[in-house]
Design a protein around this ligand. Structure first.
Ligand code: 16G
Ligand code: ZN
Length: 543
């Protein structure tokens, strides 16, 4: 049959050259780029099957390894509404990626039966890639995979991961926008400019923003956007990939968050607000240097979440939409001080879920307005249909003040990439809130004080010997480990006197990484010394 030819072609063009087992993890497949060609080809095949299972709706395929260094690469699939691939398909993806070339044909046949894909249907796959030098070759392998099963590929070239998510969503739901990079700018940047034209610049807010582009795709896109901002925001861009700057190397959101150091390749100015993106533009953190440029103050995902949630809540009050339920979603990595601030001061309910964007996104959908962020800077806001229609109605029938707040909210919603965390969209949201409040980075930083914390990683024989429950806050195996963690933690002070719950010891947890062969340890206490010590003790207990 013609499929025979397809599989023979795969063997020739994208042969499996390694026996190393590879798994579709929290963020798709990710490893050294030279081990990925057959995997990406097969994901091209799988994307076609997924599209057919979704009645021919468009599926996304993104080539990126996000914040990893240049030699790595990866691939992940995007479902029709712009969300991550449904979990039950991760196993299928893993199976297809690991079969031998000889078994590829029969395994594909079995999968077609298993998922009940109607091979007579059309299939459409949107393909994007980041700036890595290995990406074009992998994107070509994806295209071959899609064509092999008679799907229609459309290549977007170099785009941020969130731009591709946005385009997939728009292609399947044309009320969301136009499925092109230009359509994305039109909607997101257009909404930002609409708001800013109505907001006076006042107080401590300055329109100058420095940006660390991580030498990746996000900075490049901001450079395109910069020219159309009409002075509403003065972007000064660094780490755009020129001058020998290496992707994510000592720069970018992950480096800044984990090392708590400013990125290389930037001119550091005292008190200047800086936004740091990751390599594929789906994470954002801010920071500023103190007066003498010695200490860095980090404004991470927890800070962005609290800033956005408090602002949106104020606007909901101002437009009289009191029945809409706003909620915030975090993971165990959220700083305890942020959780305390949200529950006790903002009085917004918080849900804690497992690490990984899909878990946060899913939990956020249960609110009318769901704000979700990982501490590492990945997050966004999602709005229910009810929320959107209530706000639209107020924008028409409210009194003058209510209409004004509702109109601002409608623009704010348009500025949001609701499909996934998006550094560019988040950056415009943060700038809107700071401008509306006349605040600089110091005001923002002083809303609450972070608890000292420490992260460590431990290499063990088998990281999967560790299992967790309660959103990774409890360790259920090996036996006795949780009791030991409790015992160690209770020797420290929390430093965070909750109004709502009487938490008074230090806090620590362990979990197996979903992206590296390590166990991660997190500890938090009332001083840096205590946090460091607790983390070291827990790491010892794991080892
Ligand atoms: C992936 C996840 C990210 C998570 C990280 C944790 C997505 C798109 N990305 O990068 O959300 O924070 O993994 O890594 O889900 P870890 O399991 O190695 O700690
Ligand atoms: Zn990323």
């Amino acid at each position: 049959s013609s499929l025979r030819v397809v599989y023979a072609f795969a063997r020739e063009m994208h042969p499996k050259t390694t026996d190393v087992f590879i798994e579709y993890g929290t963020a798709g497949f990710r490893t050294k780029a030279n081990l990925l060609e057959h995997v990406v080809y097969r994901m091209g095949l799988l994307a076609v099957l997924r599209s057919r299972c979704k009645n021919g709706r468009t599926i996304g395929l993104m080539i990126t390894a996000s914040h990893n260094l240049e030699p790595d690469n990866g691939v992940k699939l995007i479902d029709p509404d712009g969300e991550m691939l449904e979990q039950s398909w991760e196993e299928i993806a893993t199976r297809l990626a690991n079969v031998s070339d000889n078994d590829l044909e029969s395994t594909t046949g079995e999968i077609i039966k298993q998922v009940n894909a109607d091979m007579a249907l059309k299939a459409s796959v949107y393909i994007g890639m980041d700036t890595r030098y290995t990406s074009p070759r992998l994107a070509a392998a994806a295209v071959h995979g899609v064509i092999a099963l008679k799907g229609t590929p459309k290549e977007f070239g170099i785009v941020t991961t969130p731009i591709l998510h946005f385009c997939v969503k728009c292609r399947n739901d044309n009320t969301y926008g136009t499925p092109t990079e230009e359509g994305y700018y039109e909607k997101i940047v257009g909404a930002f400019k609409n708001i800013r034209q109505k907001l006076p610049v006042y107080g401590a807010y300055s329109t100058t923003l420095h940006v660390d582009g991580a030498n990746g795709v996000g900075g490049k896109k901001l450079n395109i956007i910069r020219k159309s901002l009409d002075g509403e925001l003065d972007l000064v861009l660094f780490n755009l990939g020129g001058n020998g700057g290496k992707l994510n190397l000592n720069c970018g959101a992950d480096f800044v968050k984990v090392s708590q150091k400013p990125p290389v390749g930037m001119e550091l100015t005292p008190l200047q607000r800086v936004a740091s993106l990751d390599g594929d533009g789906d994470r954002l953190v801010y920071f500023y240097m103190d007066e003498d440029c010695k200490n860095m103050h980090l404004l991470d995902g927890d800070r962005i979440a609290t800033l956005l949630a408090s602002f949106i809540m104020d606007q909901l009050k101002a437009c009289g939409a009191r029945d809409l339920r706003i909620g915030l979603v975090q993971t165990a990595y959220a700083n305890g001080a942020s959780t305390r601030y949200i529950t006790d001061d903002l009085k917004i309910p918080v849900t804690c879920v497992k690490t990984g964007v899909k878990h946060l996104h899913h939990a956020a959908l249960s609110y009318d307005v769901g704000v979700y962020f990982e501490a590492n800077g990945h997050g966004t806001v999602v709005y229910s249909d009810t929320a959107k229609s209530v706000i639209r109605k107020i924008a028409l029938d409210g009194d003058a003040e209510e209409r004004k707040a509702a109109e601002l909210l409608l623009n704010f919603i348009d500025m949001t990439n609701e499909t996934v965390g998006d550094a560019i969209s988040d950056l415009f949201m943060v700038e809107t809130v700071l401008c509306a409040r006349g605040h600089d980075a110091r005001h923002w930083y002083n809303t609450y004080k972070d608890l000292p914390c420490r992260q460590l990683k431990v290499t063990v024989e088998d990281r999967n010997a560790i299992s967790t429950a309660d959103a990774e806050r409890q360790c259920t195996s090996p036996a006795g480990l949780q009791a030991r963690i409790d015992e160690l933690s209770s020797a420290y002070d929390s430093g965070r006197a909750f109004l709502s719950s009487a938490y008074d010891s230090g806090r620590a947890f362990v979990r197996p990484s979903g992206t590296e062969d390590v166990v991660r340890v997190y500890a938090e206490a009332d001083s840096q010394h205590s946090a460091d010590k607790l983390a070291a003790e827990v790491a010892q207990a794991v080892y």
